[in-house]
Design a protein. Structure first.
Length: 112
């Protein structure tokens, strides 16, 4: 099996199999977003707490992701689709229509 990245072909969807090196999930209630002209930094935390030693608020970061601007734009598109789908599912369930039946909201990777 080759581990070399396959260059995407513009406008052509890729058949992609997701393979996890670590299946542990971490909850993130807070995300700190920073960026430069070339990269976006996402720092994830469960949430802030007050340090009993000095009384100051602390935001412990458990994961940090660095993305290219292009990758961050694809993430933005995917998040937008998931949130729009979730909004439609919530609206449908409030109207008494069939919404999400426990299968979750699925999003596909945007075309690159």
């Amino acid at each position: 099996m080759s581990t070399e990245p396959v260059p995407p072909q513009p406008g052509k969807p890729m058949d992609l199999r997701v393979q996890y090196s670590d299946t542990a999930a971490k909850f993130a209630g807070q995300v700190v977003v920073k960026g430069t002209r070339e990269e976006v930094f996402l720092e994830f935390s469960e949430g802030a707490f007050v340090d009993s030693r000095d009384g100051k608020a602390v935001l412990p970061v458990h994961s940090r992701i660095v993305m290219t601007i292009q990758g961050a734009n694809r993430l933005l598109q995917a998040l937008g689709k998931v949130l729009a789908d979730a909004g439609r599912a919530n609206t449908a369930s409030k109207k008494g229509e069939a919404g999400d039946k426990g299968g979750g909201i699925r999003a596909s990777l945007p075309k690159i």
